[in-house]
Structures are given as C-alpha cells and as structure tokens.
Design a protein around this ligand. Sequence first.
Ligand code: Q46
Ligand code: ZN
Ligand code: ZN
Length: 316
Amino acid sequence: MKCRVCREPAVIDLRRHNANFCAEHFLRHCCQQVERVIHDYKMFSPEDRLLVAVSGGKDSLAVWDILHELGYAVDGLYVGLGIERYSGESLSYVSDFVDRRGLNLTIVDLGDTYGFDVPGAAEATGRVPCSACGLSKRHVFDSAAVDGKYDAVVTGHNLDDEAAVLYGNVMRWQVDYLGRQRPLLEARDGFPRKAKPLVRLTERETAAYCVLRGIDYQVEECPMAIGNKHLGFKETLNLLEDRSPGSKAEFYFGYLKRAVDRFSDAEDRGRLGICSGCGAPTDAEVCAFCRLVSRSAGATQPVAFKARNEATVSKR
Ligand code: Q46
Ligand code: ZN
Ligand code: ZN
C-alpha cells in the first residue's frame, strides 16, 4: 500500500477516495478538505474571530487543531455537563490540548453557573439526557459567541454525524430541520453564525488525524448516549458505506446540491422576541433554556462525587 502522492508506504487507506496516504500527506489531505469546505461555503476569513465548541472528543480537538494550523484565530469553549467520570476526563483532554498550544479556553460548568447538571436535569424534567444537554450546550455556545462578539461558532460535526442526522430527519420527514441542515448557518434573529468545517472528513479520518498529530482525546462514548437513535442511524449508514464506499458522501453532498433549498421555506420562522429571563432570542415569553433552569434548579449529582471528578482539572 503506497501513498498516492509520494509513493512512500501508506498509513491509511481511504476507500471512498480510492487513495492511500502516508502520514504527512494524510494530514495535508485533512487540512485541504477543511480549506475546501471553508472556501465552498464562504464560512469565514482569517480576520474573523472564531469560537470552537470543544468537548474533548476527537472531532472538536481535530477541528481546533486544523484551524489553528491554518492560521485562524480560534478560542475554545467547554461546557461542563456534570456527567459522572466522563465530564472530568473530557475536560482534562481539552486542558492538555490548550496548555500545549497556549490557546484560550473558557469553561462554563452547568452546575456552578446554573445550578443543575445533565443527569439531574433529565431526572427533574423526565426527558432524555441528550435533550437537556443539547438545549444547554446550544444556549451556552450561542450566548458566549454573541456576548464575546465572535464572528462564528465552529463545531466538530463530521461527515458521519451530518449523514446520520440527515438520514434521521428524512426517515421522519422533519422538514423544519431539513431546511437548516447546512454546513454554514448565517447569523440571524440574535443567533450567531455557525460553521461545520469537518463535513468532508469521516470519524475514522478525524481519529487518524488526532493519532498522527499526537492529540489525546476522550475515546469513551458519553454514557448517556446509550440507546441514542443517532448511533443506530450511523451504524446503518456504515453498513451501506462498507458495501459501497462513497455512499455517505453521495447522500449528504447530493442533498446539499440538489435538495436542501427545497426545504428552505419550511425553516422560515416568525420574528423572535427576547427572553424575559436571559435576553436570548425566543418565540415565547421565557426561553426553553430558562424554563429548563427553573425546572432543574438544584438538580446535580452529589457534591462528593462531583468534587472527585474535578480534582484533576483546573478552571480558568
Ligand atoms: S454529551 Fe450530551 Fe452527547 Fe452525552 S448527554 Fe447526549 S448530547 S450523548 S453529543
Ligand atoms: Zn506521501
Ligand atoms: Zn432565557
């Protein structure tokens, strides 16, 4: 197996590209794929200030590393979810990453700042943990980006994520979501611009990128993800990809090219007002996040358990 570019021994085969790469040319390939997405979707320019939503997993660390290598000014924001051992460990990977590179990281701990954590909120509201978690992360990232006057929020969503979300939305014909499923969402109604520069890279590629760059990341799945439908959609698409390499990319990029504009009308919302609690844009008197905060007040895991998890992590 030889590298497509230099003919030296390859370290990875990319079946959908019908190509093998050595370490150097694979890393270059990843950067080129990201540059292509930034260019094709006019995501941002080198003058922009970017805020990456970082979790400690391979994707968010890979996107931060690639953008940093490409010369973009990127700060990070980590949201402490209070999920057992998992949250403390995830933060330690992020801390290690920023310390080595001298990058700026803001940490918002849900328990310290809002008085609840994700397991507590799930119990208090009777909803699945991912629902409270997603709502909280979106709120914290959006308000940090707006308050900090960042030009865009960057997330590490990769091709597998986007194809799986698209598959789920098509299966249930969630037309409102289909209209918004794009690699770039412009700022509107008080929400910041949102960009997904990794959509041309798969999970396997972002994992290989981190390994070859010496980036340690949280390998464990979030314990709250068990039974998550999203994982089932990913597995289904992986079966198809295995039989027919390139199917995932054809499905997702074919949708962006030929279909997403047909759903644009469905995403038109009425004018939003301002939440009386936090000032965030909302179509109700009080936004969904503030309602979650008041329903979940004081819902956190036992303090002794939390302290043990955070013992190795310093806040900045
Ligand atoms: S962190 Fe949060 Fe994910 Fe865990 S609780 Fe669900 S949404 S699975 S990206
Ligand atoms: Zn090579
Ligand atoms: Zn609010």
